[in-house]
Structure formats: C-alpha cells, structure tokens
Design a protein around this ligand. Structure first.
Ligand SMILES: *Cc1c(COP(=O)(O)O)cnc(C)c1O
Length: 456
C-alpha cells in the first residue's frame, strides 16, 4: 500500500464552527449540570461522541435532493424514489416509512406480538427490548459466547449462537412470533454478524416456520465487515453482500439515522404482503399516510440518496478505518479498549484504566467527566451509573465500566481525531490523580439521563 494516511473520501463544502470553551468555563458548566453530560448544551461541547444516531453530515447531493422534493400528501414522487431505492438495496418489495426506528418497532411489534410470547435476537437494542417488554413479550439475547467476552479478538462477535437458538425454538414452540438479528450488533459497539451465521439462523427459522427480521440500522457497515473479514467474500461488492444479507430474512426494521446518512427517518421493508394491510392501517393512525409515514418528502429524498451513498466502498473503507484509527491510537497511549473495535464506536475500559477508583465511585463516569473537563469531549458512560441500580434502589456493580465514544459519520476529520487522541493520552498519563464521584440525586429509573453527581 502506498499511503498510510486514511483520507476522508470527500471535500468539504459547508462548515460550522467547532465550539471551544476554556477549562475554567467547562468546570463551571459541569458544576451547573451536576456533572451529568446529558445536561450539557451541545454548544459547549467541542467533540460530541455521545451518539452516531442522527448526527451524520449530509452530502451536497442529499441537500440538493431535498430542494426538489415533492411535498404532496399522497403519492409524492419523492416516496416512489425512496421506495425504489429501498427495494433495490434490500430486495424486499414492500416499503413502509416511519419517522425513526422505534416507531417502526412499535408499529410492527404491537401488531405481531401477544403477551407471554418470546422474541430471541443476538442482542436486542434498548428500544427494541423496551417496545417488546411493554407488550408483555420477553426479549431474549442469544449472542455467541465470543460476543460476551470484551477482550477476545474475534471477527464476528455479533453472531447468534445457533445451537442455543435451535434449542430455544424447540423449548418455546408456538410462542415465538419471529426471530430478530441486529446488524451490526449495537451492544458491544457494532460487532458484525457473518453471512454464514445469518444463513444458519435463517435455515433454523425456516425449519421451524418462524419469520426472521433484521434490525438493520447498520447494514452497510455490517456488509463491509463481511467483505473484509469473511472467507470468500473479499472480491464481492458491499452492495451484493448487503443484498445477500437481506435475502436471508423476511423483512427488516431500520433506523435511517445510522447508515441512512440522514438526521431523521426510518422504515420497515417486507418480502411478503401478508402483514401489510394491518401495518398500513396502523401507520395511518399513528405516523401518517403510507407515502410519507411521519416524514417530510424532503427527508425521504435525503434518505434515498443516503442509502446509496453509504454503500460506496471508499466511504465504508474510510468509516472502518476511522474507528480502527481511534482504537489503535488509544492502545498506543496505554488506554485499554474493547476488542476488536466495531463499526460505529470505541469503548474505553475505565476499570482497567482507573483501577484505584472502586465501582461504587463510578470510574467510567469519572473518566467521562474528565474527558469533558479537560478536553471538551462528550462521551457516554456505560457502566455502574447506567446498570448499577438494583430494583430496590441498592447498588450492584455493572459487569463492565465502559466509556463509549460513538463516532458521527463524515463529521470529524483525522486532524480532529489526532487532537482528541493527544488529549486522552494526556489524561491517561495522570490517571492516578483522577477521583471518583458520588450520586447526589437520582430518579427511580433510567437514572443516567438525569442523575446529579459530586466529586469525592
Ligand atoms: C438506533 C437504533 C434503534 C432505534 O432507532 P431510533 O431511530 O433511535 O428510534 C433500533 N435498533 C438499533 C440497533 C439501533 O441502533
């Protein structure tokens, strides 16, 4: 290879200023928001790695398509353009737009599930799990053993344990309305699922006569990982691989805020029409007429362009390169991360970095606060703040103390990441000086969004 530098495969036409605050300003702001990064104004954040959802930069072509959108209530030209792209990318015939992924989940689950049923997946995403559970359905995770070990290097840690799935479907015969697969597997930072595994899951489902649905928000990143990691796939295009992936299932639910390269949107796509009538009727009740489904036609236009752009292999190689660059850069400055890096996020192992801070003083939250205080970086704690509260309000340490850096698509340049890595190296060099935090206020559930903290 001639060049080592990963270049952004785009030129920049529109820019916005990078917010910059002084350390003193950030210390004052932190005290004001009770050291909870969800309370920050984005205008005070220099590098926002809170999420990759809805934070993509759109292309000139997407903005251009928005200008020519047809905002007709029924039968808009923009809908048919969007429908055609989804049909071409997925191979599914029926396309139902929704305003985002969880609306698609709620719509489909509320029609297809009954209390007392069970839905297995590799790992359910939070909103998928919550939408099933509020219907009285049990959401069950059957990810492979490798996927549960954060330090193990394995190419497809998102795979389903097919043996467990087979046993599960036998045990719960008649109680499983469908099986799901999340690609890439969000839990664990976007670990991919192999085509081989999807085919095995698909034939297990077929043998039991149970439909398979893909939670396919990051279908393009997953296709790219199949291309570069799965034997025999290296010469094929990401587009062809994605088609093969969709061919293993009966339909998909998609939050377009990820690989759709848009800021809002989602859809359901289905191979058969048997579920369609109910879905369209309920869509009209809750989201809107079937040719816009809670979106403006300009959103559908941007999404139609985004779904093609995301399959550009120069983009996908760059996307994977960025995540790897950040993870490898952290390793070089002695900051341990979950391995291997997935598609859309890098997870710092705060327990390993800050062994002197006990779990009940929240090492991952302490690190997230310091990343913002010293460097203006917003990350997300995934540790004992998020998972350490028992139902009776007690404390139980989370399995892992992680700080997630989710990487928005096409937003930050390599120079930004170099700057961020220098900042984190500096924090790592004085890690012994970091102190834990205690909770001064917490609500009874989902406390990570609104809890307040104080340094100990
Ligand atoms: C983001 C996401 C969803 C939910 O989508 P929203 O657009 O945020 O409602 C569902 N599943 C997965 C895997 C996701 O990453």
């Amino acid at each position: 290879m001639k060049h080592r530098t990963i270049i952004e495969p785009f030129k920049i036409k529109v820019v916005e200023p990078l917010p910059m605050r002084t350390v003193e300003e950030r210390e004052r702001i932190l005290a004001e928001v009770g050291y909870n990064l969800f309370g920050l104004h984005a205008a005070d954040v220099t590098f926002d790695f809170l999420t990759d959802s809805g934070t993509s930069a759109m292309s000139a072509e997407q903005w251009g398509a928005m200008m020519v959108a047809d905002e007709s209530y029924a039968g808009s030209r923009s809908f048919y353009r969007f429908e055609q792209v989804v049909q071409r990318v997925t191979g599914y015939r029926h396309v139902i737009p929704t305003h985002q992924g969880r609306a698609a989940e709620h719509l489909l689950f509320s029609l297809r599930c009954k209390p007392g049923q069970l839905v297995p997946s590799n790992n359910h995403f939070d909103t998928t799990r919550a939408n099933l559970e509020q219907l009285g359905v049990e959401a069950v995770d059957l990810v492979c053993a490798e996927g549960r070990d954060p330090t193990l290097d394995h190419p497809f840690k998102g795979n389903m344990d097919v043996g467990r799935l087979e046993a599960f479907l036998l045990e719960h015969r008649g109680r499983v309305p469908f099986v799901m697969m999340t690609i890439t597997n969000n839990t664990g930072g976007g670990q991919p699922v192999s085509l081989e595994n999807l085919r095995a899951v698909s034939s297990t489902c077929k043998a039991h006569g149970i439909p398979l649905l893909l939670d396919a928000c990051r279908f393009a990143e997953n296709a790219w990982f199949i291309k570069v990691r799965e034997p025999g796939q290296g010469e094929r295009s990401a587009r062809d691989i994605a088609r093969d992936v969709f061919a293993t299932a009966d339909g998909c639910l998609v939050s377009a805020k990820k690989d759709g390269l848009v800021n809002i949107g989602g859809f359901i796509a289905l191979r058969e029409d048997s579920w369609l009538g109910d879905l369209r009727n309920k869509l009209i009740l809750t989201e809107g007429f079937p040719t816009y489904g809670g979106l403006a036609a300009r959103d559908l236009e941007a999404l139609a362009v985004g779904l093609d752009e995301v399959l550009d292999e120069r983009y996908l190689a760059y996307r994977e390169g960025v995540t790897r660059y950040v993870a490898d850069g952290l390793s070089r400055c002695g900051v341990p991360t979950m391995r291997p890096p997935g598609g859309h996020a890098v997870y710092i192992d705060a327990r390993a970095l800050l062994p002197h801070i006990p779990a009940h003083e929240f090492p991952a939250q302490a690190l997230a606060i310091e990343l913002f205080r010293a460097e203006g970086i917003r990350s997300c704690e995934i540790g004992s703040v998020m998972f350490g509260r028992t139902p009776d309000g007690g404390f139980r340490p989370a399995a892992l103390e992680l700080v997630r850096l989710a990487l928005p698509r096409r937003v930050y340049t390599q120079a930004h990441f170099d700057y961020v890595l220098e900042g984190i190296a500096d924090i790592a060099a004085r890690r012994e000086q970091l102190r834990g935090v205690r909770i001064t206020y917490e609500p009874p559930f989902l406390r990570h969004f609104t809890a307040r903290f104080a340094p100990v």
